[in-house]
Write a protein that binds this ligand. Structure first.
Ligand code: ADP
Ligand code: MG
Length: 736
């Protein structure tokens, strides 16, 4: 046979599994139903665990209580019924002359699966049954089944990798291992796109060794370095794509150089500032409070982006109540300082309304230069544009945006419609990012480009109160820079959270609501989450409000807010709640994000287990915004462990970032990355929790590689990345 040239990974994606030995049409179909079409798919199907047969677990050494994986050949099996009528299959296995009993309850089909001669691995806890050791209902991996597959004693004698086999498709872990081994042999030496220096600097084994080491380790010590290399590659590809996207964006766009002087951030409230000082300075000098250290730092980061020639793409993360609004305001003012406009996009009308009110109050008294008016100066103009603003009012605002007569516009998705055009959009802020998709982010940014006639991109700041663990942020928002508000304004008291499960505890919660209202404060009650529809949810909220108003909260003024109400009705209710005419607001999760009523000091969340941890933390953040001690009551028992863990975590911590880490642990990474985009589907082996170090290294390497030549000289890596993007994106990213 001719000398094999090392193969690229992408070439393995071109070898169909049907080309392998022992894989006929039936197997091909079975593998296909598991999503395994090519040799590449098989090589990246990683073992779940290993059984080290070189270090024999001696059946006679097993102690009651041990959890172990044992290998054995079925000697006999029999099925019967217990006196309680349960089905019981008794299996006796033998290994190196030692025997052990295995019992399966309520799995009658085991009798047909585990007949004499079948070899399998049994994973479970060793118990004692009338003086003999046995395993009950262990996990079973059939290695050599009844269908007469070739027995390869050499494989059983070493380290056996266990694959996520699928009974449904009729492929055992053992067979899978055979296919993978065949794939490895067939693939031959693999081309390594990382050069030897780089590998040495980062302690990475070469690629061929990595694939063999993870699938067919001769020694368990080979597994960790193999895994390290493969995890590194997964992260590297991901980060390369993100860095490339970022670079292309920067190459194809020019930003606005907004005027910014960092010293302006150091004025303290109450100090004087001259007529000709910047709006940022005037605003801070007249503000109700001094910036926290974190706000000051983040604004300096933003200011530096704003004043640079590249457009800002920045994510601002700050826990609920950390004070993102003032950062947003100052950012918008930086744009207005340069004679441009700012847009602030909120996910809901309630929030847009709230922001506009806050902005107008906080920006009152500020003036801007305008040559079109007498005296060359006029008040700064803030307008709101939501789906509800219609007719003449809408036309007026639209023409103000087009002429430049409106300086700041606050709105919802309505800002994205075609007829919204700006004279000169300088900065875009998107609040509560998770409600907006990447496309919408781009749409709003493009508004600056299309209509200003300057082809400059506005600066973009995306704000979120949903804490994302750092590692996850690097993966999900890796194309954005990141600022974090990691400090709460001084004097904030932590919210007391209790989980009320007994009738008595629930009574205490309602009594607290009455007490707080009696003291002049206000309360939220969050209705259970109803999955079917918003309509059903609204109906149940209406009923709950009526029930509370006539029972637990009789005599109080109880209002209602849900997603099916008209915008004007919602505003009305919020206004009444702010004013104290409504004392208790019964609401669905519509209030989850951002609602800010500082007199609210207690929140009761019904059927709390139904909500996600991040959502609960957000809901809780509706209180504790003023000076008063605030309370959060979680109602209802949790029907499962996950629910219990979430509620306990919430009771124990007020820290959104800590909760996000816990959430990641409870839910796993799948959910977090669930909404991820193309190119992110490559994390098969890597764990954001376990592999943070490797992620950091890979990101660093990716940034360096892209920074030097945009990957132009690294054909091998580019070729590999093509496995993970579609053609259109590849053309955009890899064009030279
Ligand atoms: P977020 O949007 O991050 O949840 P907000 O911007 O709504 O937080 O701020 C929460 C509350 O804290 C508001 O009532 C705000 O006025 C107040 N606040 C913000 N920054 C400061 C500060 N530096 N000092 C004192 N209070 C502040
Ligand atoms: Mg906010």
């Amino acid at each position: 046979m001719a000398e094999l040239a090392p193969r690229r990974l992408r070439a393995l994606g071109d070898i169909a599994v049907s080309q392998l030995r022992h894989i006929g049409p039936k197997r091909t179909e079975a593998l296909s139903s598991l999503g395994l079409e090519t040799v590449f798919d098989l090589l990246t199907l990683y073992p779940r665990r290993y059984i080290d047969r070189t270090r024999q677990v001696d059946l006679s050494d097993l102690m009651v209580g041990d959890e172990a994986a044992v290998f054995g050949e079925v000697k006999s099996s029999s099925s019967r019924r217990t006196r309680q009528g349960k089905s019981l299959v008794d299996v006796s296995i033998v290994d190196h002359g030692e025997t052990m009993k295995i019992a399966f309850f309520n799995q009658p089909w085991r009798a047909a699966q585990l007949v004499a001669g079948v070899q399998a691995i049994f994973f479970g806890k060793v118990s004692d049954f009338r003086g003999t050791r046995q395993m009950t209902n262990p996990v079973v991996d059939v290695i050599v089944g009844t269908s007469g597959e070739e027995r390869d004693a050499s494989r059983v004698g070493g380290i056996v990798a266990l694959y996520p086999a699928s009974g449904k498709a009729g492929v055992t872990s053992w067979e899978m291992g055979g296919f993978v081994e065949e794939s490895l042999k067939r693939a031959g030496p693999l081309l390594d796109p990382l050069d030897a220096d780089l590998r040495r600097d980062h302690s990475l084994v070469d690629r061929t060794a990595a694939y063999w080491g993870i699938h067919i380790p001769g020694d368990m010590a080979e597994v960790p370095p193999a895994r390290r290399r493969l995890v590194f590659d997964e992260f590297l590809r991901l980060q390369l794509l993100l860095a490339l996207r970022r670079r292309r964006l920067e190459e194809s766009s020019a930003g606005v150089r907004h005027p910014f002087d960092e010293h302006d951030l150091d004025v303290s409230p109450g100090s004087l500032s001259g007529e000709d000082s910047s709006l940022v300075r005037q605003f801070l000098a007249a503000h109700r409070f001094a910036l926290t250290g974190a706000q000051r730092r983040v604004l300096a980061e933003i200011g530096s982006d704003m004043s640079s020639a590249l457009p800002m793409h920045r994510l601002l993360q700050g826990d609920v109540g950390s004070g993102k609004t003032v950062v947003a305001l100052a950012t918008l003012l930086m744009a207005v300082d340069g004679g441009r406009q700012g847009a602030f996009m909120a996910p809901t009308e309630v929030l847009a309304e709230q922001h506009v009110a806050a902005l107008r109050a906080d920006l009152a008294g500020l003036t801007v230069r305008d040559d079109a008016v007498l005296g060359g100066e006029r008040d700064l103009v803030v307008q709101m544009l939501t789906g509800r603003v219609k007719g003449k009012e809408r036309q007026t605002i639209l023409s103000g945006l087009l002429s430049g007569g409106v300086d700041i516009v606050v709105g919802t998705h309505a800002l994205l419609t075609d007829d919204v055009r700006f004279a000169s959009l300088g900065a875009v802020i998107i609040d509560e990012q998770h409600r907006f998709g990447v496309e919408q982010r781009a749409l709003l940014r493009d508004k600056g480009r299309e209509h200003s006639g300057e082809a400059l991109d506005p600066d973009l700041l995306v704000m979120t109160a949903t804490p994302i663990p750092r590692t996850a942020a690097m993966v999900v928002f890796g194309d954005l820079d990141r600022s974090v508000l990691d400090e709460m304004p001084a004097g904030r008291r932590s919210i007391r959270t209790s989980w009320a499960q007994t009738t008595l505890e629930v009574q205490v919660a309602w009594q607290r609501v009455r007490d707080e209202v009696a003291a002049g404060r206000r309360a939220y009650v969050i209705c259970p989450l109803v999955e079917e529809s918003e309509r059903v949810e609204a109906t149940s909220a209406v009923a709950e409000r009526t029930r509370l108003a006539t029972h637990e909260l009789k005599g109080l003024s109880v209002g209602l807010l849900h997603g099916q109400m008209k915008g004007s009705e919602k505003d009305e209710v919020m206004a009444q709640f702010r004013a104290g005419e409504i004392q208790v607001l019964v609401a669905t999760v519509v209030i989850e994000v951002g609602v800010d009523v500082s007199e609210a000091s207690v929140i009761v969340i019904e059927d709390a287990w139904r909500f996600g941890l991040a959502q609960l933390h957000q809901l809780r953040g509706r209180v504790g915004r003023g000076d008063a001690q605030s309370y959060c009551y979680l109602l209802g028992e949790a029907p499962n462990d996950e629910g219990t863990q979430r509620l306990e975590a919430l009771v124990n911590s007020n820290d959104g970032f800590a909760l996000a880490e816990i959430d990641l642990d409870i839910r796993g990474e799948g959910t977090l990355l669930g909404a991820r985009q193309r190119g992110r589907s490559d994390l098969r082996l890597a764990s954001l929790r376990r592999d943070e170090e490797i992620l950091n290294e890979a990101r660093q390497v990716a940034l360096e590689l892209v920074a030097t030549d945009g990957l132009r000289d690294n054909e091998d890596l580019v070729d590999e990345l093509r496995l993970f993007v579609d053609d259109e994106e590849a053309r955009y990213l890899f064009r030279s």
